[in-house]
Design a binder for this molecule. Structure first.
Ligand SMILES: C[S@@+](CC[C@H](N)C(=O)[O-])C[C@H]1O[C@@H](n2cnc3c(N)ncnc32)[C@H](O)[C@@H]1O
Length: 254
Protein backbone atom coordinates (compact mmCIF):
# COMPACT_ATOMS: atom_id res chain seq x y z
CA UNK A 1 0.00 0.00 0.00
CA UNK A 2 1.27 3.45 -0.88
CA UNK A 3 -0.07 6.93 -0.33
CA UNK A 4 0.29 9.84 2.02
CA UNK A 5 -1.92 8.47 4.77
CA UNK A 6 -3.12 11.20 7.10
CA UNK A 7 -3.03 10.47 10.80
CA UNK A 8 -6.39 9.10 11.87
CA UNK A 9 -7.52 12.26 13.68
CA UNK A 10 -7.04 14.31 10.50
CA UNK A 11 -9.29 12.10 8.37
CA UNK A 12 -10.45 13.90 5.24
CA UNK A 13 -8.90 17.06 3.82
CA UNK A 14 -11.89 17.35 1.44
CA UNK A 15 -14.62 19.86 2.28
CA UNK A 16 -17.82 17.92 2.95
CA UNK A 17 -20.21 19.40 0.39
CA UNK A 18 -22.77 16.73 1.26
CA UNK A 19 -23.00 17.44 5.01
CA UNK A 20 -26.42 19.13 4.64
CA UNK A 21 -27.87 16.87 1.96
CA UNK A 22 -26.54 13.45 3.04
CA UNK A 23 -29.87 12.02 4.17
CA UNK A 24 -31.38 12.80 0.75
CA UNK A 25 -28.66 11.39 -1.49
CA UNK A 26 -29.38 7.64 -1.48
CA UNK A 27 -33.11 8.16 -2.11
CA UNK A 28 -32.49 10.64 -4.93
CA UNK A 29 -29.46 9.10 -6.67
CA UNK A 30 -30.61 5.46 -6.66
CA UNK A 31 -33.09 5.94 -9.58
CA UNK A 32 -30.14 6.98 -11.80
CA UNK A 33 -28.44 3.68 -10.96
CA UNK A 34 -31.27 1.82 -12.73
CA UNK A 35 -29.49 3.01 -15.92
CA UNK A 36 -25.87 3.25 -14.73
CA UNK A 37 -25.83 -0.15 -12.95
CA UNK A 38 -26.29 -2.45 -16.00
CA UNK A 39 -23.80 -0.44 -18.13
CA UNK A 40 -21.19 -0.55 -15.36
CA UNK A 41 -21.82 -4.28 -14.81
CA UNK A 42 -21.44 -4.95 -18.53
CA UNK A 43 -18.21 -2.94 -18.72
CA UNK A 44 -16.56 -4.78 -15.83
CA UNK A 45 -18.04 -8.30 -15.75
CA UNK A 46 -15.49 -9.74 -18.17
CA UNK A 47 -12.43 -8.38 -16.40
CA UNK A 48 -10.49 -10.59 -14.06
CA UNK A 49 -9.14 -7.94 -11.73
CA UNK A 50 -5.52 -8.64 -10.91
CA UNK A 51 -5.89 -6.23 -8.03
CA UNK A 52 -8.56 -4.68 -5.84
CA UNK A 53 -11.32 -2.37 -7.02
CA UNK A 54 -11.53 1.29 -5.95
CA UNK A 55 -14.90 3.07 -5.87
CA UNK A 56 -13.98 6.80 -5.81
CA UNK A 57 -16.58 8.88 -3.97
CA UNK A 58 -18.75 5.85 -3.26
CA UNK A 59 -21.49 8.02 -1.74
CA UNK A 60 -24.28 5.90 -0.25
CA UNK A 61 -22.93 2.80 -2.02
CA UNK A 62 -25.21 2.31 -5.07
CA UNK A 63 -22.14 1.78 -7.27
CA UNK A 64 -20.34 -0.29 -4.63
CA UNK A 65 -23.30 -2.68 -4.60
CA UNK A 66 -23.38 -2.86 -8.42
CA UNK A 67 -19.61 -3.58 -8.50
CA UNK A 68 -19.98 -6.20 -5.77
CA UNK A 69 -22.73 -7.99 -7.73
CA UNK A 70 -20.81 -7.88 -11.03
CA UNK A 71 -17.51 -9.04 -9.47
CA UNK A 72 -18.49 -11.39 -6.64
CA UNK A 73 -14.89 -12.29 -5.75
CA UNK A 74 -13.30 -8.83 -5.93
CA UNK A 75 -11.96 -6.93 -2.95
CA UNK A 76 -13.32 -3.35 -2.99
CA UNK A 77 -12.04 -0.14 -1.39
CA UNK A 78 -14.90 2.37 -1.20
CA UNK A 79 -13.44 5.86 -0.71
CA UNK A 80 -15.95 8.29 0.79
CA UNK A 81 -14.90 11.49 2.61
CA UNK A 82 -18.39 12.72 3.60
CA UNK A 83 -19.27 11.47 7.10
CA UNK A 84 -23.02 11.51 6.39
CA UNK A 85 -22.73 9.58 3.14
CA UNK A 86 -20.19 7.23 4.69
CA UNK A 87 -22.81 6.28 7.30
CA UNK A 88 -25.21 5.32 4.51
CA UNK A 89 -22.41 3.45 2.71
CA UNK A 90 -21.38 1.51 5.82
CA UNK A 91 -25.03 0.64 6.51
CA UNK A 92 -25.42 -0.67 2.93
CA UNK A 93 -22.21 -2.73 3.11
CA UNK A 94 -23.16 -4.10 6.52
CA UNK A 95 -26.64 -5.05 5.27
CA UNK A 96 -25.21 -7.20 2.46
CA UNK A 97 -23.44 -10.35 3.57
CA UNK A 98 -21.85 -10.59 0.12
CA UNK A 99 -20.08 -7.26 0.72
CA UNK A 100 -19.30 -7.21 4.44
CA UNK A 101 -16.06 -9.24 4.28
CA UNK A 102 -14.56 -7.67 1.17
CA UNK A 103 -15.46 -3.96 1.15
CA UNK A 104 -13.17 -1.61 3.07
CA UNK A 105 -14.52 1.91 3.55
CA UNK A 106 -11.88 4.67 3.55
CA UNK A 107 -12.79 8.12 4.96
CA UNK A 108 -10.20 10.21 3.11
CA UNK A 109 -10.44 12.00 -0.22
CA UNK A 110 -9.26 9.82 -3.10
CA UNK A 111 -5.94 11.62 -3.54
CA UNK A 112 -5.20 11.43 0.20
CA UNK A 113 -6.23 7.78 0.69
CA UNK A 114 -3.69 5.01 1.17
CA UNK A 115 -4.38 2.68 -1.75
CA UNK A 116 -2.91 -0.64 -2.93
CA UNK A 117 0.03 -0.49 -5.38
CA UNK A 118 -1.83 -2.55 -8.00
CA UNK A 119 -5.43 -1.77 -8.96
CA UNK A 120 -7.70 -4.01 -11.02
CA UNK A 121 -10.55 -1.55 -11.52
CA UNK A 122 -11.23 2.07 -10.57
CA UNK A 123 -14.78 3.41 -10.69
CA UNK A 124 -15.52 7.15 -10.55
CA UNK A 125 -19.25 7.64 -11.05
CA UNK A 126 -20.86 11.07 -10.62
CA UNK A 127 -17.73 12.44 -9.00
CA UNK A 128 -15.14 13.62 -11.54
CA UNK A 129 -16.42 17.23 -11.45
CA UNK A 130 -15.31 17.45 -7.81
CA UNK A 131 -11.67 17.35 -9.01
CA UNK A 132 -9.79 20.32 -10.52
CA UNK A 133 -7.74 19.83 -13.69
CA UNK A 134 -4.56 19.56 -11.58
CA UNK A 135 -6.20 16.93 -9.38
CA UNK A 136 -7.43 15.06 -12.47
CA UNK A 137 -3.85 14.97 -13.71
CA UNK A 138 -2.86 13.29 -10.44
CA UNK A 139 -5.67 10.78 -10.86
CA UNK A 140 -4.62 9.89 -14.44
CA UNK A 141 -0.99 9.54 -13.28
CA UNK A 142 -2.09 7.20 -10.51
CA UNK A 143 -4.13 5.12 -12.99
CA UNK A 144 -1.22 4.95 -15.44
CA UNK A 145 1.12 3.77 -12.66
CA UNK A 146 -1.14 1.37 -10.81
CA UNK A 147 -3.73 -0.12 -13.17
CA UNK A 148 -2.91 -3.81 -13.57
CA UNK A 149 -2.49 -5.17 -17.11
CA UNK A 150 -6.05 -5.80 -18.32
CA UNK A 151 -7.40 -3.47 -15.64
CA UNK A 152 -9.55 -0.46 -16.40
CA UNK A 153 -11.34 2.53 -14.97
CA UNK A 154 -14.98 3.46 -15.56
CA UNK A 155 -16.32 6.98 -15.10
CA UNK A 156 -19.03 9.28 -16.36
CA UNK A 157 -19.16 12.91 -17.43
CA UNK A 158 -22.29 14.66 -16.27
CA UNK A 159 -23.75 17.31 -18.58
CA UNK A 160 -23.28 20.13 -19.24
CA UNK A 161 -19.65 20.15 -20.38
CA UNK A 162 -19.74 23.89 -21.19
CA UNK A 163 -20.12 26.90 -18.91
CA UNK A 164 -23.84 27.60 -19.46
CA UNK A 165 -26.76 28.62 -17.26
CA UNK A 166 -28.99 25.71 -16.28
CA UNK A 167 -32.46 26.89 -15.23
CA UNK A 168 -33.98 25.31 -12.15
CA UNK A 169 -35.60 21.93 -12.76
CA UNK A 170 -36.65 18.89 -10.78
CA UNK A 171 -33.57 16.65 -10.64
CA UNK A 172 -34.99 13.68 -8.75
CA UNK A 173 -37.78 12.62 -6.44
CA UNK A 174 -38.62 9.55 -4.36
CA UNK A 175 -40.99 8.50 -1.57
CA UNK A 176 -40.41 6.71 1.71
CA UNK A 177 -43.56 5.97 3.67
CA UNK A 178 -45.79 9.03 3.84
CA UNK A 179 -43.03 11.44 2.86
CA UNK A 180 -41.78 12.51 -0.54
CA UNK A 181 -38.22 13.76 -1.03
CA UNK A 182 -37.10 15.88 -3.95
CA UNK A 183 -34.15 17.79 -5.29
CA UNK A 184 -34.40 20.79 -7.60
CA UNK A 185 -31.18 21.98 -9.26
CA UNK A 186 -29.92 25.01 -11.16
CA UNK A 187 -26.42 26.03 -12.17
CA UNK A 188 -24.51 29.09 -13.29
CA UNK A 189 -21.04 29.48 -14.81
CA UNK A 190 -18.51 30.75 -12.28
CA UNK A 191 -15.45 31.19 -14.51
CA UNK A 192 -12.19 29.21 -14.59
CA UNK A 193 -14.00 26.18 -16.07
CA UNK A 194 -16.45 25.68 -13.23
CA UNK A 195 -20.18 25.77 -12.70
CA UNK A 196 -21.78 26.44 -9.36
CA UNK A 197 -24.69 24.10 -8.76
CA UNK A 198 -27.45 25.28 -6.43
CA UNK A 199 -29.52 22.43 -5.07
CA UNK A 200 -32.73 22.71 -3.06
CA UNK A 201 -33.71 19.60 -1.15
CA UNK A 202 -37.27 19.38 0.18
CA UNK A 203 -39.29 16.85 2.14
CA UNK A 204 -43.07 16.89 1.69
CA UNK A 205 -45.82 15.35 3.75
CA UNK A 206 -48.84 15.70 1.51
CA UNK A 207 -48.54 19.25 0.14
CA UNK A 208 -46.64 20.56 3.19
CA UNK A 209 -42.90 21.17 3.04
CA UNK A 210 -41.58 19.74 6.33
CA UNK A 211 -37.86 20.18 5.61
CA UNK A 212 -35.85 22.33 3.20
CA UNK A 213 -32.07 22.56 2.66
CA UNK A 214 -30.11 24.74 0.24
CA UNK A 215 -26.69 23.49 -0.88
CA UNK A 216 -24.26 25.02 -3.38
CA UNK A 217 -21.07 23.51 -4.69
CA UNK A 218 -18.54 24.03 -7.41
CA UNK A 219 -18.22 21.55 -10.31
CA UNK A 220 -15.21 21.40 -12.66
CA UNK A 221 -16.26 21.12 -16.30
CA UNK A 222 -14.59 18.65 -18.60
CA UNK A 223 -15.74 17.63 -22.09
CA UNK A 224 -14.93 14.38 -23.88
CA UNK A 225 -12.22 15.78 -26.21
CA UNK A 226 -10.40 17.39 -23.28
CA UNK A 227 -10.68 14.21 -21.23
CA UNK A 228 -9.34 12.15 -24.16
CA UNK A 229 -6.41 14.59 -24.43
CA UNK A 230 -5.61 14.58 -20.71
CA UNK A 231 -5.68 10.77 -20.69
CA UNK A 232 -3.50 10.47 -23.80
CA UNK A 233 -0.88 12.66 -22.09
CA UNK A 234 -0.83 10.13 -19.25
CA UNK A 235 -0.62 7.16 -21.65
CA UNK A 236 -4.29 6.19 -21.17
CA UNK A 237 -7.12 5.60 -23.67
CA UNK A 238 -10.79 6.57 -23.47
CA UNK A 239 -13.57 4.26 -24.75
CA UNK A 240 -17.21 5.50 -24.82
CA UNK A 241 -19.68 2.95 -23.43
CA UNK A 242 -23.10 2.27 -24.98
CA UNK A 243 -25.62 3.85 -24.74
CA UNK A 244 -23.52 6.99 -25.20
CA UNK A 245 -26.25 9.31 -23.83
CA UNK A 246 -25.31 8.13 -20.31
CA UNK A 247 -21.88 9.75 -20.74
CA UNK A 248 -20.06 6.67 -19.41
CA UNK A 249 -16.52 5.71 -20.46
CA UNK A 250 -13.95 3.01 -19.87
CA UNK A 251 -10.29 3.98 -19.54
CA UNK A 252 -7.46 1.57 -20.31
CA UNK A 253 -3.69 1.76 -20.49
CA UNK A 254 -2.47 2.07 -24.07
C1 LIG B 1 -22.74 12.81 -6.48
S1 LIG B 1 -21.97 11.83 -5.26
C2 LIG B 1 -21.83 10.29 -6.13
C3 LIG B 1 -21.86 9.10 -5.22
C4 LIG B 1 -21.73 7.74 -5.92
N1 LIG B 1 -20.51 7.63 -6.69
C5 LIG B 1 -22.94 7.49 -6.77
O1 LIG B 1 -22.87 7.69 -8.00
O2 LIG B 1 -23.98 7.06 -6.23
C6 LIG B 1 -20.30 12.43 -5.28
C7 LIG B 1 -19.45 11.79 -4.18
O3 LIG B 1 -18.08 12.16 -4.34
C8 LIG B 1 -17.53 12.35 -3.05
N2 LIG B 1 -16.30 13.15 -3.17
C9 LIG B 1 -16.17 14.50 -3.28
N3 LIG B 1 -14.86 14.84 -3.32
C10 LIG B 1 -14.16 13.68 -3.23
C11 LIG B 1 -12.77 13.36 -3.20
N4 LIG B 1 -11.83 14.31 -3.28
N5 LIG B 1 -12.40 12.07 -3.09
C12 LIG B 1 -13.33 11.09 -3.02
N6 LIG B 1 -14.67 11.33 -3.05
C13 LIG B 1 -15.07 12.60 -3.15
C14 LIG B 1 -18.64 13.02 -2.28
O4 LIG B 1 -18.44 12.96 -0.88
C15 LIG B 1 -19.85 12.24 -2.79
O5 LIG B 1 -20.07 11.08 -2.04
Amino acid sequence: MRGSAPSSHLRSLVTDEYAESAEYIDILISPFWDDFGPVLADAIKAIDPAGPVIDIGAGSGCGTLAIGDALPMAEIFAVEPSAGLRSALLAKVNAHESLRDRVTVLPEGFLEAELPDRLGLVVAMNVIGHFSSAERRDIWKLLAERLAPGGRAVLNLQPPSEAVDIPEALASTGSIGRRRYECRARAEPTGDGTLTWHMTYRTYQGDDVVDQREVSYSWHLVAEPQLRDELAQAGLRLHPLEPTDLGMYAITRT
